[in-house]
Ligand binder design. Structure first.
Ligand code: LHQ
Length: 265
């Protein structure tokens, strides 16, 4: 697998990462998962980058794990595969990376997102989908459990009833319904997907990067914290934000009735 299965382009403070195996609906191989994670980490370490866009090439966002890799190893006549290795070495580190990045990740779901493809999208901070896109928790059709963080994010996004329906029935949920349910931020017309995504990434990249990173940290923690812990965390993070140049600039700009300038990207 060449690096070309993951394309990266950085311009104007926005790193765009494209899953690029369109003939296989961008199904994940081990190499792709490693490269994707490394690319995200590199973007996070780059001070010139303020937001990441993740999207897919062709008619799909991603059809999940490449099942032909799995089928081939099963046909080799060995014992059953130990899927915990794939999950432990590739998917779990990727999901932890996406959630742990300081940078906001905007996912532009350009077509079908199935299995781990859907769950990687749902791990991103802002998810925008083209009207023709859809989400399928396909695991139940092949005897697997949700992975790539799906069993964590799905019920928290849409509630237990809808999560159970999606996970146990594996129905295709179209982008409009996904937005109506709160599974994603927004559904837009197909031809507007990349413009709408670019506008949001631009807003984030121009924003106060440290504050946005702390917001992400606070929202992550709220998924497991009780109210007392969360109030303490808000206090601690606000102390850090209050000491930042961005806060000073934000307040000064407000008082001077001008747009804040948080620095060039
Ligand atoms: C594919 C795939 C694919 C390979 C389409 N692999 N080629 C983690 C750890 C370890 C093991 C297992 O899994 C996991 C996590 C997971 O992600 S499990 C879930 C894996 N994904 C799926 O079960 C979804 C499989 N794909 C589909 O159900 C359909 O392809 C969808 C509904 C996504 C799209 O359907 P169509 O629009 O009708 O397209 P298609 O089925 O005709 O696919 C087009 C081509 O893409 C085709 O290749 P071909 O050479 O015949 O043109 C498919 O074989 C290939 N493809 N998904 N996951």
């Amino acid at each position: 697998m060449s690096e070309d299965a993951i394309l990266t382009e950085a311009a104007g403070g926005i790193a765009t990462i494209t899953l690029n195996r369109p003939d296989k609906l961008n199904a994940f191989t081990a190499d792709m998962l490693t490269t994707l994670r490394r690319t995200l980490e590199q973007a996070d370490a780059d001070k010139a980058v303020g937001a990441v866009i993740l999207t897919g090439a062709g008619r799909a966002f991603c059809a999940g794990q490449d099942l032909s890799e799995r089928a081939m190893s099963m046909q080799d006549g060995g014992g059953p595969p130990d899927l915990s290795v794939t999950i432990g070495e590739y998917y779990n580190p990727l999901i932890r990376t996406i959630r742990g990045l300081q940078l906001p990740v905007v996912c532009a779901v350009n077509g079908v997102a199935a299995g781990a493809g859907a769950n990687v999208a749902l791990a991103c901070d802002i998810v925008i989908a083209a009207r023709s896109a859809s989400f399928i928790e396909a695991f139940c059709k092949i005897g697997l459990v949700l992975d790539a963080g799906g069993s964590y994010h799905l019920p928290r996004l849409v509630g237990r009833a809808r999560a159970a329906g999606m996970a146990l029935l594996g129905d295709r949920i179209d982008a409009e319904k996904a937005a109506e349910w709160g599974l994603i931020w927004q559904c837009v017309d197909d031809e507007e997907l990349m413009t709408a995504t670019g506008d949001i990434a631009r807003q984030l990249a121009d924003g106060p990067s440290q504050g946005l990173g702390r917001i992400k940290q606070a929202l992550n923690a709220s998924l497991t914290n009780g109210l007392d812990e969360q109030l303490d965390l808000e206090r601690d993070l606000q102390k850090i934000c209050g000491e930042s140049d961005d806060y000073r600039e934000g307040v000064m700009a407000f008082m001077e009735k001008r747009k804040p300038d948080f620095g060039d990207r």
